[in-house]
Design a protein around this ligand. Sequence first.
Ligand SMILES: N[C@@H](CCC(=O)N[C@@H](CS)C(=O)NCC(=O)O)C(=O)O
Length: 214
Amino acid sequence: MILYDYFRSSAAYRVRIALQMKGIVVEHRQVHLQRGEQSRPSYLATNPQALVPTLELDDGTVLTQSLAIIEYLEALRPEPRLIPVDPVLAARVRAVALAIACDIHPLNNPRVVKYLETELNAPETGVDAWRRHWLLNGLEAVERLIAPMGSPAGPFCFGAAVTLADVCLIPQLYSARRFETPLDHLPRILAVEAACADLPAFRAAHPSRQADAQ
Ligand SMILES: N[C@@H](CCC(=O)N[C@@H](CS)C(=O)NCC(=O)O)C(=O)O
C-alpha cells in the first residue's frame, strides 16, 4: 500500500498513527503542500479534493479521507481496536474524532488560510487570531467531551486503551502547539497528550520522524 503523506498534515498524521498501532507497513510518498504538489494533475487524478492523505491499495484502489481510511484499516486488521465494540462508547469516540476532523481542523487548513490572506487581504495578526480562536474553541469543547462523565477516566480519551479519539486529538494538539495556542487550562487533554507521548506508535508517527520533515 502507498500512503500519500505530508509530514505536517494532521490528517495524514492520524493515518500514520493508526498504521503504526496496527503494525501495517506502507510505502510513504510525500506530497509537499507548501509547494502546491497537491494540485498537480497527477495527484488530482488520485485525489480530486487535492488533499492528503490518500491510501492506494495494492490492487490500485484509492481511498481518501483520513477517517474513512482508518475505518478501512480497522476492518482490515481489527486488533488493537480503535473503535470500541460498545455502541455508546463507539458513538462517543466517533463524536470526538468528528469534532476534530470536521469542526476544528478544516478552519485552519492551508487553503483556507491562503484564501484569508490572498483573497480577503487578512493581516498576519488577523490570521493568527483566527487560527487560535478556532483551535481553542474546538479543543475546549473536546476537553468536556472526554471528561469522565461516567466512563473510565483515562489515561486516554476514553479509558485505558487508545481509541480513534486519541488518534485524532494528538495531531490536532501538534497543530495547536505549532500556532502557540494556550492549552494549560485543559488538564484532561494534557494528560492524554502525555500518555500518548509514551507510546512507540505515536512517537513513530510524529511529524519530526518523517522522511520529509523540515
Ligand atoms: N477531511 C480530510 C482533510 C484532509 C486535509 O484537509 N488535508 C490537508 C492537510 S492536513 C491538506 O491536504 N491541505 C491541502 C491544502 O489546504 O491545500 C481528511 O480527514 O482526510
